[in-house]
Design a protein around this ligand. Structure first.
Ligand code: ADP
Length: 539
């Protein structure tokens, strides 16, 4: 079985080399070296040895040193080394094993013993390699599972955005109280379904290494208060108070991912409310460390609720784990919330912990590192959606393959008196652009025939008189391209993409393709309005 294996024998005594080489040559390919230096050279040359037999006492560098150097080199680190030596003290053997050898045989040796030990080491090596291959395969499978989950949850969010948007619109129009209550139920269910999908998406994105934090300056108190506002109806319904205390030495503003920071707090707050029947929920923010460029904060959320049994505490930060399934069944939940919090904290170079007493309450606290930032840096570009009324009506070319989403976006835009022309894919949109003028092109990213990126690249190339990527040009009619060049040259069209932002890099891809801005799906009315506000001057 070992015919293909190559042995490298390093010994300064030629007789030893001859003896061993001859004895082993029927089973192995043999390479020999008469010094440590030569041995190190041969160890990296092809065919690379599968195992090295190494003498200790040699002029120049001795066997221990050769072994150490082999272990330091990435190319030779995994080749097992067996020492063959006349030294027979225990300390010699220890020194050899210390240098990284897997075995130590003292001279004079029996050839059968050497052969048996070589075979054992080669079998072990083979098993290690098989294990390594299996581990890589398992990791790849787990990675593709996470990517699949992230993609699926994104796909599910597309129709969800239509369901939620249309329900909102129907609710605005509904006058019959019974119809209204049916629609409110649809909305509530859609909201919780979306929360669930978002959890799965976040979790799988993090697992697939696709979660990226978006750093920007923000005011801490505003972000925490936003989370408090989100749960205020729930807390009032249960008669629970929520207080916020920020230590005086905590800076007003920091730079980091405020949305993800808020997400952690929101999760902890929602749990505190979910598992409490009385008392006040306290949020405390303290300073752990303040450096010149970074700052570490601790946020603690304390409740006087159900508490967690000691034996369950260790598992609650794991995915899909719930301390008390009966309580959780009552309140719903996936058991993903804390697992996501833990992963988000890790992304923020922090940790999350819990102290809890069953029946008395819990304190969940996490640390997170931010970059320092001054409050002045925070630009308040956002206007509230009511200000949309001030925007002049604009002509929008809406490029979207999903009919329900098209309809929804059209209705929202028309509500604010904007004019909408629809295209079902990039090619149709390019034909329309040839004939018509628009203030804004609002395009989906994933579309058949020509996706949003390719579509935008063509527009930019035509505007700037540049070459079109041959892969994209192949899909196109030459006439269409030359007419577009004539029509678009010299002027910049405003292109805003709608991306599900399911995987990291989506945003960057939009900007690289030449888009001016992006909206995330599921589209919400407020975000659409705020973005339009940014691009169009007030009346
Ligand atoms: P979910 O709330 O969706 O079940 P989480 O990961 O957020 O998932 O929480 C996991 C479990 O930890 C919960 O099911 C609950 O058993 C326990 N838990 C979390 N927060 C609290 C809390 N404030 N008080 C008591 N138990 C809690």
């Amino acid at each position: 079985m070992n015919e293909q294996h190559t042995l490298l024998i390093i010994d300064d005594i030629v007789d030893n080399l001859m003896l061993l080489g001859e004895a082993m040559s029927s089973e192995y390919k043999i390479k020999v070296a008469t010094s440590g230096v030569q041995g190190l050279e041969l160890a990296v040359q092809k065919p690379k040895p599968d195992l090295i037999l190494l003498d200790i006492m040699m002029p120049g560098i001795n066997g221990y040193e050769v072994c150490r150097r082999l272990k330091e080199n990435d190319q030779t680190r995994n080749i097992p080394v067996i020492f063959l030596s006349a030294l027979d003290k225990e300390s010699d053997e220890l020194q050899g094993l210390d240098a990284g050898a897997v075995d130590f045989i003292t001279k004079p040796f029996k050839l059968e013993v050497v052969r048996a030990r070589i075979n054992t080491q080669l079998e072990l090596l083979q098993m290690r390699q098989q294990l390594q291959t299996a581990r890589l395969k398992a990791e790849a499978a787990s990675q593709s599972k996470s990517v699949f989950l992230a993609n699926m949850s994104h796909e599910i969010r597309t129709p969800m955005s239509a369901i939620m948007g249309m329900t909102d619109l129907a609710l605005e129009k509904a006058s019959d109280p019974q119809q209204k209550s049916y629609l409110e139920t649809v909305k509530l269910s859609a909201d919780s379904l979306l929360a669930l999908i978002n959890d799965i998406l976040d979790f799988s994105k993090i697992e697939a290494g696709q979660m990226e934090l978006d750093e920007h300056p923000f005011v801490l108190a505003e972000t925490i208060e936003a989370a408090m506002r989100t749960v205020s109806i729930l807390s009032k319904e249960k008669g629970l108070g929520i207080t916020l205390e920020i230590a005086p030495d905590v800076p007003v503003a920091v730079a980091g991912d405020s949305l993800r920071f808020r997400q952690i707090i929101l999760n902890l707050l929602s749990n505190a409310i979910k598992f409490s029947e009385k008392g006040t929920i306290r949020i405390n923010v303290t300073l752990v460390h303040a450096g010149l460029e970074t700052i570490t904060l601790r946020v603690a959320v304390t409740d006087q609720g159900a508490g967690i049994k000691k034996e369950k505490i260790h598992s609650i930060f794991s995915a899909f784990s719930q301390a008390d399934s009966s309580v959780s069944r009552k309140f719903g939940g996936t058991g993903l919330g804390l697992a996501i919090c833990r992963q988000l904290c890790e992304l923020m170079d922090g940790t999350i912990n819990v102290e809890s007493e069953y029946g008395k309450g819990s304190t969940f606290s996490f640390t997170a590192m931010f970059a320092t930032s001054s409050q002045e840096k925070i630009t308040r570009q956002k206007k509230s959606s009511s200000e949309i009324m001030n925007i002049r009506p604009v002509r929008v070319l809406l490029v979207e393959d999903n009919a329900a989403n098209r309809f929804l976006i059209r209705v929202v835009l028309e509500k604010f008196k904007h004019e909408v022309v629809e295209a079902v894919d990039g090619i149709e949109a390019l034909h329309i652009i040839l004939e018509d003028q628009f203030d804004l092109i609002l395009t989906d990213v994933q579309m058949p025939k020509l996706d949003g990126y390719q579509f935008t690249r063509i527009i930019r190339a035509c505007e700037e008189g540049k070459e079109i990527d041959p892969h994209i040009a192949d899909k196109m009619d030459n006439n269409l391209i030359s007419n577009l060049r004539l029509r678009l040259h010299g002027k910049h069209r405003l292109v805003i993409s709608m991306t599900a932002n399911a995987m990291s890099g989506d945003k960057e891809k939009c900007f690289t393709a030449g888009m001016d801005d992006y909206l995330t799906k599921p589209l919400n009315q407020e975000e659409l309005v705020i973005t339009l506000n940014r691009w169009f001057p007030d009346k």
